[in-house]
Design a binder for this molecule. Structure first.
Ligand SMILES: Cc1cc2nc3c(=O)[nH]c(=O)nc-3n(C[C@H](O)[C@H](O)[C@H](O)COP(=O)(O)OP(=O)(O)OC[C@H]3O[C@@H](n4cnc5c(N)ncnc54)[C@H](O)[C@@H]3O)c2cc1C
Length: 469
């Protein structure tokens, strides 16, 4: 056993684990992180948020140059795709982000162990290296931040060649002629958009009756219409029951979600994007008696502690939205509570963003949730067709919708489809965090001309007094 005892040993260096480690170190703890990947940053920085956004931005620029610059009076010669160049951009963005975490670990004196971490007993983490050797690390406290992995689909075997997960879909070496995306959630729509912009014919198969099924119903319906106009095809209320690869073609069997006649759908590449599942295998949790819930997520209390004293968990491996910034918030609050401070996360103020064109962003409750909870609410909506800045950008698709308590006017939820929706949603997240009313936003000056004026107008619309509509 290494002769030093750490105050905290974190297993997993994703946004949850690395942020918890840095914050704990800032608070004076002696901290180590065990990560099985050669690089830090977890799913998010290596194969998730960052590479997908690098490709989304790059493919958006390609599509803009090819199809949209002419409308602004900008003539370009022939526009060609340099896919290796685009992948190089993505790889460089990933590299600069993951090495940034290395720098932060050194700056904050976080000790790094490379290898597979497992918990031998409360207080001991075993690190098994690639060469099979292992060492035990002593820890007063252990944080499980092992994240999540691609959820498999029965009947469809991922080979990362023709049938890929998001890991394969961010690294294809040619543009597929036909891409079928199984799952109309965030990852499926984002990566489907990338390849559609680069020339693939994309079909999204979704089990539920609408894409983005957990988002506000009006948002998901409008987004489906917008993306269909862009050229993506959708088969909703449809399930995939099997996939067979024959040479260079994958034959998918699909049928109505409720059951019915089977049909065949052919694809050159299939992306399985039906969700992610918590990553708990190999940690030794069963032997320790660490309780998992019905979806095999690690069960924790309000202080992120499992049922075994001294063992904690945060991020994708516990319940809640599988989002990098949710994991980060939990990392910070966990470390502060461990240091004896008080901490709290308002999960209602955590935004969710879909980085399609236009973007979709949401915070707080959807109309469906408020109806189910029996909460009386007022909705104020403002379309980007009536916003000067959006017109100047040729980006008039979408709207801002604000949901406020009918009695108190307190903002309960907000939903945006539009250019930069992911940046704009922060104003509404802050409003929810501060318990602001729609009137508070309506009375706050918003610079003209900006897209954020649509937020002010939607807030005014809650009270039926939008000016520009
Ligand atoms: C394609 C894609 C796009 C995404 N885009 C976004 C986005 O735009 N915004 C957003 O908020 N979220 C996005 N996500 C989700 C986001 O990546 C996750 O929510 C986030 O990474 C969760 O952080 P985490 O720290 O809990 O786990 P992870 O980031 O999964 O990190 C866990 C780490 O633990 C390591 N590990 C696991 N087991 C062990 C072990 N036994 N020993 C040692 N190490 C171990 C893993 O190697 C991994 O590095 C995306 C995900 C994908 C796949």
């Amino acid at each position: 056993m290494a002769d030093t005892q750490f105050d905290l040993v974190v297993i997993g260096a994703g946004p949850g684990g690395y942020v918890a480690a840095i914050r704990a170190s800032q608070l004076g703890m002696r901290v180590a992180v065990v990560e099985k990947r050669k690089t830090l940053g977890g799913t998010c920085l290596n194969v998730g948020c960052i590479p997908s956004k690098a490709l989304l931005v790059a493919s958006e620029k390609f599509s803009e140059a090819k199809h949209h610059l002419g409308a602004f009076g900008v003539k370009v010669g022939s526009v060609e795709l340099d896919l290796p160049g685009m992948m190089k951009h993505k790889d460089e963005v990933v590299k600069s982000n993951v090495t940034g975490v290395d720098f932060l670990f050194k700056k904050n004196k976080v000790t790094r162990f490379t290898g597979l971490g497992s918990i031998k007993a409360a207080g001991i983490v075993t690190v098994t290296k690639d060469d099979g050797s292992s060492e035990d690390v002593a820890a007063k406290n252990i944080l499980i931040a092992t994240g999540s992995d691609v959820a498999p689909l029965p009947g469809v075997t991922i080979d990362e060649k023709r049938i890929v997960s998001s890991d394969g879909a961010i690294a294809l070496d040619t543009v597929p002629a036909r891409l079928v995306v199984i799952g109309g959630g965030v990852i499926g729509l984002e990566l489907g958009s990338v390849w559609q912009r680069l020339g693939a014919q994309v079909t999204v198969v979704e089990y539920f009756d609408r894409i983005l099924p957990t988002m506000d119903g009006e948002v998901s319906k409008q987004m489906q219409r917008i993306m269909a106009k862009q050229g993506l095809s959708f088969k909703t209320s449809t399930k995939v029951t099997s996939a067979v690869t024959e040479g260079e073609v994958v034959k998918l069997t699909i049928e109505a979600a409720a059951g019915g006649n089977a049909e065949t759908l052919e694809a050159d590449i299939v992306l399985v994007a039906i969700g992610r599942r918590p990553f708990t295998s190999g940690l030794g949790l069963e032997a320790l008696g660490v309780a998992l819930d019905e979806r095999r997520r690690v069960k924790i209390d309000h202080h992120f502690q499992t049922n075994v004293p001294g063992i904690y968990a945060i991020g994708d491996v516990v319940a809640g939205a599988m989002l990098a910034h949710k994991a980060e918030e939990e990392g910070v609050v966990f470390a502060e509570i461990l240091a004896g401070q008080t901490g709290h996360i308002n999960y209602d103020a955590i935004p969710g963003v879909v980085y399609t064109w236009p973007e979709v962003a949401s915070v707080g409750k959807t109309e469906e949730q408020l109806k189910a909870e029996g909460v009386a609410y007022k909705a104020g909506k403002f379309p980007f067709t009536a916003n000067g800045r959006a017109r100047s950008m040729n980006a008039t698709d979408g709207f801002v919708k604000i949901l406020a308590d009918a009695k108190t006017d307190r903002i309960l939820g907000a939903h945006i489809i539009g250019a930069s929706a992911g940046e704009m949603i922060e104003e509404l997240g802050l409003a929810i965090e501060f318990g602001a009313s729609a009137e508070d936003i309506a009375r706050t000056s918003h610079a003209h001309p900006t897209l954020t004026e649509a937020i002010k107008e939607a807030a005014m619309a809650v009270d039926g007094r939008a000016i520009h509509m």
